[in-house]
Each structure stands twice: as structure tokens, then as C-alpha cells.
Design a protein around this ligand. Structure first.
Ligand SMILES: Cc1cc2nc3c(=O)[nH]c(=O)nc-3n(C[C@H](O)[C@H](O)[C@H](O)COP(=O)(O)OP(=O)(O)OC[C@H]3O[C@@H](n4cnc5c(N)ncnc54)[C@H](O)[C@@H]3O)c2cc1C
Length: 415
């Protein structure tokens, strides 16, 4: 892919140019970080470097489009703090920038009494995290919120919302360009090296530019960039593919007013197969969660030898497999069968079993950090290096949290 340089005031190529800040990755975390830097230093020269030819090409453009409210996360964790604050700022940004957004509300449903303690724990966490408006519901009260939901109890989060994060990124790109930020698309950074008070950004082994500080928000490739720049190779990114089915029809049958989710397995960082009404009116079932043969496995058949070799050589993945083989087996069934996926959703919304599905499926790939010891790293992880900050684990809800995570990243710089 050829390098394309663009940005207001970009008279010459960026190669060799000096910037106060370089941000690697034009996903939502990178773009929010560029905006935060500009908010604190309006005169700073900032460049955003992206391997693809557009913003939101990977996780940010292939997700559920949910603005999470902060129910799930361990109180005191970065996820808990940054999700609640991030959701507030995401709504504010969308309303200001004219990006369609809606507080559609979400119901977390306990399918049987065995799930009640886990649902109570989520209620406790949500209250501790300051999630607004949470309500415990039973009986008819559940159907008043979501007429098609069936369960023994439910937790309603009215502040959970829907948005198209790729649209948020396009609005951010327009704003940043308008304020002088330069964009280098089609440019894959190979490594960072510190030299005096500058960080050298290299692409294909060649010096591309120098910046006072670099923030790497490289998602699915964050471990490779960090390790190539001298950081610890632990944790490694394991790509977990998430597939979605979609209801047929335009508009799709409105089986949900907002979202219905199951109670998730507390040992896993995934939220389970849920039914979501999207901001464009479509309705999806998913996502699944299964290790992928490539970091960009949007098609299930896509396999990249380098990605496979990296997985096979990582002891952490084998340890995850040994610990969670039962979950892997359940996920494999979902992966193999559309009917199994619909059945999973029908456990808490039986009416969905009678609705026609659109042909095909869509998918995203999660960048999930896995430790050498087999830990599925739950919280956001940020590594500080001389002259650079690396985001090492920013899975869900990092899209929701992006503006708050960006403030956290900038606060930590140079500390
Ligand atoms: C299936 C799925 C469902 C999800 N649902 C939700 C949800 O509903 N709500 C929510 O809040 N979160 C959700 N998430 C998580 C959310 O999408 C991510 O946490 C978020 O998008 C991370 O943003 P990012 O900018 O860190 O990464 P990305 O969006 O992946 O962006 C990273 C960018 O860096 C670029 N890059 C990487 N390496 C280099 C390099 N060396 N040089 C130049 N560029 C590079 C990549 O090309 C990419 O564009 C979901 C994720 C998935 C996969």
C-alpha cells in the first residue's frame, strides 16, 4: 500500500519532519488521544499514522456499536472508571458533533435461578461504579421494558446506548484535520527508538519522522510494535473472532427496543451472545468468541502463517485452552451452526427463533491480551517506555471509554 499523506497545511511529505506528538493507529483510541493532546496543547504539531487507508479499519469499525454503561467491571479497575466517564463523554461528543446516538437501554437477563447470584454481583458492581439508573426487575416489569425478554430476573441499564463508532471516527478525523492535525495513511510503523529528546518512528526499518512523544494505539498489532520497540513481549495479543448474524428485512423486525444480554461467564472477558438493535435500525445476534487464524480474520477462512506461528509459540494460549476447553467447545458449536447461535439468543428472547435471518454474517476480531501464564488480561494495560506510551490491552469497552482512556494516557506521559 502506498503512503498517502494528507492534512491541513501539509505542504510537504512528513518524512523527516519533527512533531511534538505522533499517534500510531487511527482507531477510536488513537483519534481520541490526538484530540486530547490538542485540547491540552492547541499549538502542538501532531501526526496520526495509520497502516490502513482509512480510520476505524479494524476493531473500531467491526464492533457491536454499544456504549456500555459500566456494569460489568471490577470496581476500582481502569475499565470501571474509564467506562463510566467515557460513556458520558461519548454521548456529549456525539450530540455536539451531530453523530446519531441513542440511549436505547439494555436488559441483562438471568435465564434461571442459578444465574441470580451473578446478576446480583453485576448489580453490586454497577452501583459501586456509579452507573446511573440501574433497576432490578422481575415478572411483568421485565416485559414492560423488553416485551420479548424472558427470564427469572433482569437488570435494566437505561444509560446503555447505540452508536456507529466508525461514524464517530470520521467526525473525529474531520475535526482533527480542521485543527491542523496531519494524517499519514497506508504507513505501517515497524518500531520506535529513543534518541536524545526525540522518539524516532521507523516504517519498514527506515526513519519516517521524529516526535517528542509517541502514543501507540495499535490494537491487534500492539504487542508486535511494543516488542519491536524494546518493551516486554508479555502480554501477547490473541485475536478472538466475534461473528454476528443479522435479522432479515429492512427495516428489521423490532424484536428488541434496545439490547438484551445474557448474564456473562464471570471468568471470561466476553459478554455472551446478545441481541442488539443498531443505530441504523438493523438487529444483530452475536458475537461469538473463538481464536482466529489471523489478526484480520473478518472471513473465517483467512489464516496468516505469521499469526498462527505467533499463537502456537505462545505458552499462554495453551494454558488458556487447558483452562477454558469447555467454553471453547460451546463457542465451537456457535461457530459451526447458525441455528446454535439463534438458540443461544432464544434462551432469553424465544420469539427470535421464528424470525428469518439475512444471508451471511459479519465479524470483528478482538485484540485480547493473554499473559504468558495463561491469564486473559481483563483490565486495560498501558506500558510506559522512554518517549513512548503503548496501549497493550484495550478490548471492550475501550470504544465507549476512548475519550476517558485518552485523558488517562496523556496524564501518564512523561511521568
Ligand atoms: C466483535 C467486537 C465487539 C465489540 N463491541 C464493543 C462495544 O459494543 N462497545 C465497546 O465499547 N467496545 C466494543 N469492542 C471493543 C472496541 O471495538 C475496541 O476496544 C476499540 O475499538 C479499540 O480501539 P483501538 O483504537 O485501540 O483499536 P483499533 O480500532 O483496532 O485501531 C488500531 C489501529 O491501529 C492500526 N495499526 C496497528 N498497528 C499499526 C502500525 N504498526 N502502524 C500503523 N498503524 C497501525 C490499525 O490498522 C488500526 O486501525 C468490540 C470489539 C470487537 C472486536
Amino acid at each position: 500500500m502506498s503512503e498517502q499523506e494528507s492534512g491541513s497545511g501539509a505542504a510537504s511529505g512528513a518524512a523527516g519532519a519533527a512533531f511534538e506528538y505522533a499517534v500510531i493507529g487511527a482507531g477510536i483510541v488513537g483519534l481520541a488521544t490526538a484530540r486530547e493532546l490538542l485540547a491540552r496543547e492547541p499549538e502542538a504539531k501532531i501526526v496520526v499514522i495509520e497502516g490502513e487507508d482509512r480510520v476505524a479499519a479494524h476493531q473500531t469499525g467491526h464492533n457491536s456499536g454499544v456504549i456500555h454503561s459500566g456494569v460489568y467491571y471490577t470496581p476500582g479497575s481502569l475499565k470501571a472508571r474509564l467506562c463510566v466517564e467515557g460513556a458520558r463523554r461519548m454521548y456529549a461528543f456525539c450530540e455536539e458533533a451531530g453523530v446519531p446516538v441513542e440511549r436505547a437501554g439494555k436488559l441483562l437477563v438471568a435465564r434461571n435461578s442459578r444465574e441470580l447470584p451473578a446478576l446480583r454481583e453485576l448489580e453490586r458492581r454497577g452501583i459501586a461504579n456509579g452507573v446511573p439508573g440501574l433497576r432490578w426487575l422481575e415478572g411483568d416489569a421485565i416485559r414492560e421494558v423488553e416485551p420479548n425478554a424472558v427470564g427469572v430476573a433482569a437488570l435494566h441499564s437505561p444509560n446503555t446506548g447505540i452508536v456507529d463508532y466508525a461514524e464517530v471516527c470520521r467526525a473525529l478525523e474531520r475535526e482533527l484535520r480542521g485543527r491542523g492535525v496531519r494524517f499519514l495513511f497506508g504507513t505501517r510503523v515497524s518500531e520506535l527508538a529513543r534518541s536524545g529528546s526525540a522518539t524516532i518512528v521507523r516504517a519498514g526499518g527506515r526513519e519516517l519522522l521524529r516526535a517528542g512523544w509517541v502514543v501507540a494505539c495499535a490494537g491487534l498489532w500492539s504487542d508486535r510494535l511494543a516488542a519491536a520497540s524494546g518493551a516486554d513481549p508479555d502480554p501477547r495479543i490473541v485475536p478472538f473472532r466475534g461473528a454476528y448474524l443479522h435479522l432479515a428485512g429492512d427495516p428489521a423486525p423490532q424484536i428488541v427496543r434496545g439490547m438484551i444480554y445474557p448474564v456473562p461467564d464471570p471468568d471470561l472477558p466476553f459478554l455472551g451472545v446478545h441481541i442488539t438493535r443498531h443505530i441504523d435500525g438493523s438487529v444483530s445476534i452475536g458475537p461469538t468468541a473463538f481464536v482466529a487464524g489471523a489478526r484480520d480474520a473478518y472471513r473465517i477462512s483467512r489464516v496468516r502463517p505469521r499469526d498462527l506461528a505467533s499463537l502456537a509459540a505462545w505458552p499462554g494460549l495453551w494454558r488458556v485452552g487447558a483452562r477454558y476447553w469447555r467454553n471453547a467447545f460451546t463457542e465451537l458449536k456457535l461457530l459451526m451452526s447458525r441455528r446454535a447461535m439463534v438458540r443461544a439468543a432464544a434462551e432469553y428472547a424465544p420469539a427470535i427463533a421464528h424470525l428469518p435471518l439475512a444471508p451471511g454474517s459479519t465479524a470483528g476480531v478482538r485484540a485480547q491480551a493473554v499473559g504468558r501464564d495463561g491469564t486473559l488480561v481483563d483490565d486495560f494495560v498501558i506500558s510506559d517506555m522512554p518517549g513512548a506510551t503503548h496501549v497493550r490491552n484495550a478490548p471492550s469497552p475501550a470504544a465507549t471509554s476512548a475519550f476517558a482512556l485518552a485523558s488517562e494516557l496523556v496524564d501518564r506521559m512523561g511521568r
